[in-house]
Design a protein around this ligand. Structure first.
Ligand SMILES: *[C@@H]1O[C@H](CO)[C@@H](O)[C@H](O)[C@H]1NC(C)=O
Ligand SMILES: *[C@@H]1O[C@H](CO)[C@@H](O)[C@H](O)[C@H]1NC(C)=O
Ligand SMILES: *[C@@H]1O[C@H](CO)[C@@H](O)[C@H](O)[C@H]1NC(C)=O
Ligand SMILES: *[C@@H]1O[C@H](CO)[C@@H](O)[C@H](O)[C@H]1NC(C)=O
Length: 208
């Protein structure tokens, strides 16, 4: 496990330095929130949403109209799960570093603060994640996308059917990025590891 994690990270580092960042959609406590509520990601990185009970969704929105879908924005559909984390994930690729806003369309979850961002500014420019969440709490209605198919703009996948070692694949990079919420953390750790690429790859092959 440990060595194959290193191996996976080394492969990422040797290819494009793309990192994957995990975002929890609710959590084991049932909080109506995304964790982290803002993710710093570079172009080409991915954000993987992990769904907790009982039934949540992720729709791309706009800062100007909280709790309403962005035209042709990504949409995971609802991902119900009775207990624990769902094996179904939704992976969104980050194509540029402009802020990306999203929310849960279930019931009044958005108005309860279940909204978040990718690459929202951390310094207060007015359009921060906290400002988006605060505005969401005042939105008149919570709108589910009607004109796009489930899974649009991303990739719905079952982590258990992914190739290789699914938990290890997203473990290292995502944990670091989420915990620190700092610029380029995932990429930085990947660069650090790439120095040990030869050794890590060797160890990875030995284990695999
Ligand atoms: C903040 O969001 C508003 C509404 O979408 C937009 O008009 C404005 O340009 C944004 N400001 C910044 C600094 O991005
Ligand atoms: C967003 O997450 C940060 C970091 O965990 C937290 O300090 C902040 O209170 C959250 N914002 C809202 C509106 O919940
Ligand atoms: C990035 O581009 C891909 C391919 O066009 C698209 O599916 C995806 O939704 C885009 N990501 C965002 C956050 O818009
Ligand atoms: C994941 O697996 C479950 C159970 O087999 C299935 O119902 C669901 O449709 C799958 N989801 C995806 C996105 O493949």
């Amino acid at each position: 496990m440990h060595f194959s994690t290193l191996f996976t990270t080394a492969v990422l580092a040797s290819t494009s330095l793309a990192a994957d960042f995990a975002v929890k959609v609710s959590n084991m406590n049932g909080d109506l929130a995304f964790t982290p509520n803002n993710t710093k990601a570079a172009q080409g990185d991915t954000v993987t949403f992990h769904y907790y009970p009982a039934d949540h969704s992720v729709a791309q929105g706009t800062f100007a109209k909280p709790c309403e879908p962005k035209a042709n924005g990504f949409w995971s559909g609802f991902v119900p799960v009775a207990s624990g984390v769902s094996p179904t994930t939704f992976v969104v690729t980050v194509n540029d570093t402009k802020p990306i806003w999203f929310y849960c369309t279930k019931a009044n979850h958005c108005q309860k603060g279940m909204a978040g961002a990718i690459n929202a500014p951390y310094v207060d420019t007015g359009n921060t994640t906290d400002a988006y969440i605060a505005a969401s709490e005042k939105a008149a209605s919570n709108v589910t996308p009607q004109n796009v198919a489930i899974g649009f703009g991303g990739k719905l996948a079952n982590s258990t059917s992914a190739s290789g070692s699914p938990t290890a694949a997203s473990g290292t990079a995502t944990g670091t990025g989420a915990a620190q919420s700092a610029t380029g953390t995932g990429a930085a750790s990947a660069v650090g590891l790439s120095k040990g690429l030869g050794l890590a790859a060797l160890l990875g092959f030995l284990v695999v």
